[in-house]
Write a protein that binds this ligand. Structure first.
Ligand code: NI
Length: 192
């Protein structure tokens, strides 16, 4: 997710050269791979650890506050989030096989959402204000946590990716079509 809390890039050429080694290209809508349903993570091996590290590099560089594995072309139920502001220490969080076990239902909150797979487009989306989520960490250990505020919105946005859903799918057809047209137009110009 690319939200209101946007990061500035760290202007250290040495660091960005090294981290460029681990960056992965982000799929951009309407790439059909973004529509697929991601599958459960069963094996917590070195390859998974590498993918997680690469996802953080890619998200920090973008810059974004959340990224699902499918956004770098890996259909795994894995997402990374860091909501720290640029003047705060990094606070990387990993959520594997997350499940929403409870929501605040009618108690909703609205955030202006953006997405690294829908660059430069933003829209207000309403979601349950609080959720309780079970998940595994990068070592495979089980956790359960109640979330509110931006974290609640961000994890719901990222978990939508695991089902092949983008934030624009929550908008009216007219609004979605308009955003996607604007996106297509800006991509066309970007490539020229
Ligand atoms: Ni997104």
């Amino acid at each position: 997710m690319r939200g209101v809390h946007r990061r500035r890039l760290d202007a250290n050429p040495g660091t960005s050269y090294l981290s460029a080694m681990a960056m992965r290209p982000i799929l951009i809508a309407p790439d059909p791979r973004l529509k697929q349903k991601s599958t459960t993570v069963e094996v917590f091996d070195d390859e998974l650890q590498r993918l997680i590290d690469d996802m953080f590099e890619t998200m920090y560089e973008a810059p974004g506050i959340g990224l699902a594995a499918i956004q770098v072309g890996e259909p795994k139920r894995l997402l990374v989030i860091d909501l720290s502001r640029e003047d705060e220490p990094k606070a990387p969080r990993v959520f594997i096989n997350p499940e929403i076990v409870w929501t605040s239902a009618d108690e909703l909150s609205t955030y202006e959402e953006g997405c690294l797979s829908v660059p430069e487009q933003y829209a207000e989306v309403q979601r349950p204000a609080r959720v309780r989520v079970t998940y595994k960490d990068r070592e495979g250990k089980d956790h359960e946590e109640e979330m509110d505020g931006l974290l609640a919105t961000c994890i719901q946005h990222e978990m939508d990716h695991l089902e092949g859903i983008l934030f624009v799918d929550h908008l009216s057809l007219a609004r979605r079509s308009m955003l996607m047209r604007k996106l297509a137009k800006s991509r066309k110009f970007a490539r020229v």
